[in-house]
Design a protein around this ligand. Sequence first.
Ligand code: DGL
Length: 266
Amino acid sequence: MDKRPIGIFDSGIGGITVLAEAARTMPGQRFIYFGDTANAPYGTKDVQRVVQLSMKAAGFLMDRNIKALIVACNTATSAAIDQLREALDIPVIGMEPALKPAVETGQGGTVVVMATSLTLREKKFSQLMEKYSSRASIIPMPCPGLVELIEAGIWEGKKIKDFLSKRFSGLRINDITDIVLGCTHYVFIKDEIQRFFDQRVRIVDGNQGTARQLRRILTAKEASGQDMLCNDFDQSLFEFYFSGNTNDTKNLCKSWLRTQLCLKTG
Ligand code: DGL
């Protein structure tokens, strides 16, 4: 196996939810995570700025000799995936709102796509809408302000409930059967969204699809799955860097990941 680590970045902590899935899917691999917390959120910035920030984040990880890059951010993918692929000579895996599985295996009612304003106004998302809007009733829902709450560690309780009430007011709630989380941060509030809907909706995110895509690419490249059989997660497989801060963020991410993966402490 190529022992180099896999690089993964997001505007902040959202990509940790993708890291958890990738680590679960590919045990034994090393990961280096970069969260651009000094510049979060990306979703309210203009495209050029997000391209710049994404190139910089990728450069930081390339300097650490990664063998593949996961852009664990729908917003950065919408803005910068083509430029990243052109600039880097390693596989680059991006994310997009998981509208395809939501529609194809949906429950027949309205599908709401929660994502950042930038993701929803970019070409990639219009193309997705073009493809699926004749097959389901789809409501794109920009959620400005939500990433900031999640970055602050507010993942449940009154503030999130109030946010959701406001955002979903005016919609026919009972018609909604499927929610697509088109921003990696929103995975942290999945439980609160389920409670808001009395456990009635199906919530879909793109994390597993991205992790599987990574595994397909690396397995093909490395022509071996042997080292991936180990399911003993080890903290030393993960390195975290954040541009803007704080040990608090690092600790928050580590402990969340540990509970997700049942990491050995250390
Ligand atoms: N987590 C990111 C995404 O998947 C971006 C959030 C933001 O910085 O606005 O879109």
